[in-house]
Design a protein around this ligand. Sequence first.
Ligand code: UT7
Length: 329
Amino acid sequence: MHATISAFGAYVPERRVTNDELAQSVDTSDEWIQSHTGIRERRIAAPDQAASDLGIAAGRAALERRGIGPETVDMVIVASSTTDYPNFPSTASIIQDRLGCVNAGAFDISAGCTGFAYGLELARSLVEAGSAATVLLIAAETLTKITNWDDRNSCVLFGDGAGAAVFEAGEENGSGTRVLHSWLKSKGSGDAALIRHVGGSRTPFDPAVHTAADMQIYMDGRAVYLFAVDAVVRTIQALCDKEQIEPRELDWIVPHQANIRIIEAAAKRLKLPMDLFFTNLDRYANTSAASIPLAIKEMIDQDLLKTGQRVLTVGFGAGLSYGGNLLRW
Ligand code: UT7
């Protein structure tokens, strides 16, 4: 039995915030943000929008595109670093209920910005093992809710959004998008480079000692940058080795949309043209685990993905986690 990805969906909040608007409240400029990251604007969730609200919209869009009802879903998996509540209940359970997936199990996965790549392999495995006939994989992120808006080193980088994919059991030689290979890795020794220091079991929040900033994103940008370039290069090479092809034989690379300079540096090291890489980070910034499915959904809408193409996803982020998937479209 083979797992087929039968539909994608995506959702971004309506509110669009340009670099110039951000520069009114943060000590930064459109020129600095564009030249150092490639970002022009990002979407920001409304005060009453949580990750599940974005995920529900993306999940519903994917099910509608496929034309199946929510009751057919056996498992809801949600990749998120910005779950509705700290750790429990799972955001997947909230989405399972609100979407009407009445026959489904539900759980979250935490793999930082690499969450969707991990989720693709997990969903594939569940279907191919016969454990679930239909899996709804969602990446839903509201990073702007945990951003330290006084830290210009990080706050200009993030945006909110969600993406979703429907997995189903398909025939051995049937058509449809498939995960051919996955390569999923962790470099936990780099954990301190991207972290929320307070609010977990290591350091519970103590109002006498801690401030809200201690519970927000802390990032060593330079350390993450150096790790990321290496991670992207190694993931692309490893997945191509598994398929016994050269990277230039790929049709598309869909990288985590964090910073155009990371993608350019990786492309240069691999001697690959930039037009092999799809990017939309100029409009959405870094939406963590949601960035890859958001990009794929845009590629579908622009009719860029054709049957038979080899499409490589590559992510990196908190953990530090990294890895990707080779898809056959
Ligand atoms: O999903 C993974 C999430 N994280 C990432 O992908 C982040 C990876 N890292 C990066 O993308 C880059 O390291 C950054 C974009 C965060 C920073 O770019 P950089 O070219 O490495 O800048 P830098 O940290 O070397 O800082 C250069 C200067 C500093 O000023 P001084 O010390 O040279 O006077 C910063 O204070 O730029 C300053 N700076 C800013 N200036 C205006 C840092 N952030 C800003 C800002 N606006 N937003």
